[in-house]
Design a protein around this ligand. Structure first.
Ligand code: AKG
Ligand code: FE2
Length: 265
């Protein structure tokens, strides 16, 4: 007997085989809200008029921000967004059915969503090859990764698929060497570059090696990432209450968590 719907089963198989899924945003309004809010907060941070074409404005931000100012600008934008009360709900709505198929329906969500901005040929904001689990994340966490512009070629991120990743882990001491560059060299023919368009969402397994390289395209990459896990699955260094917050606890769990046996005097 199979207890899962055909659609959820397809998502589950794809995630297990590839280590990720790419799907249309589950809520178009939520995506529009996030893209528009990001462009608005960014224009306000630069003290310029709000754009009419949000995506073009984001793609071309390198014409307005110097590389040396990029990190301060990025922090301003993500602080501005995280201060909007609807932001996390909108982000969740984009990926809700996919999270339910991959993780479950009692979820904990990262409290602060992250933002990456990668301008063409800028070396300052690269993320060398890593798995989040190598620095203490729980293998039960998944990342919902949202592009605000089309991400392709070197403007995208890469991921080492599960089969190759298992081989890599087995051979790590032989293969890796000590620098991230030599680790990347040893996997570069096996990694998959994930083309994700504006309007789509990527959910990936952060325990598989991944990262990005110099953006050699002519446009700036804008992407967000946020971790989700089952509320009752094991936690790594990122704890509930500090980093994660339960967002969809069901009543039986609420009751169970506060249940006390009758007192015996
Ligand atoms: O956006 C990227 O290129 C990498 C993102 C990443 O490492 C993550 O979300 O864990
Ligand atoms: Fe990561």
């Amino acid at each position: 007997m199979v207890f899962t719907s055909d659609e959820d089963l397809a998502i589950a198989n794809e995630y297990l085989n590839l280590g990720y899924i790419i799907r249309p945003n589950a809520d178009k309004e939520a995506y529009k809200w996030i893209q528009q809010s990001t462009a608005t907060v960014a224009a306000d941070a630069l003290n310029i008029e709000r754009p009419t074409d949000n995506e073009k404005f984001l793609n071309e931000i390198h014409n307005l921000v110097e590389p040396s100012k990029l990190n301060d600008f990025r922090l301003k934008v993500i602080q501005g967004l995280n201060a909007l009360p609807e932001f996390r709900l909108m982000y969740f709505r984009l990926a809700k059915p996919y999270l339910e198929a991959i993780v479950g329906n009692e979820l904990a969500m990262q409290q602060r969503i992250n933002l990456s901005i990668q301008m063409p040929n800028d070396t300052s904001s690269l993320l060398p090859v890593h798995a989040d689990t190598w620095s203490g994340d729980s293998p039960f966490e998944v990342v919902v990764w949202l592009p605000l512009v089309n991400c392709f070629g070197t403007k995208a991120m890469y991921l080492l698929p599960p089969t190759e990743s298992a081989k890599f882990s087995d051979e790590f001491s032989k293969r890796g060497g000590s620098s991230s560059e030599s680790i990347f060299d040893s996997i570069k023919t096996e990694v998959k570059w994930l083309e994700v368009k504006s309007g789509q969402v990527l959910v990936f397994d952060q325990s598989l090696p991944h990262g990005n390289r110099l953006n050699e395209e002519t446009e700036t990459r804008w992407s967000m990432n946020c971790r989700f896990k089952g509320v009752f699955t094991p936690y790594g260094d990122k704890k509930p209450g500090e980093f994660f917050e339960p967002i969809t606890l069901r009543p039986a769990s609420r009751r169970g968590m506060s249940y006390e046996l009758p007192k015996i005097s």
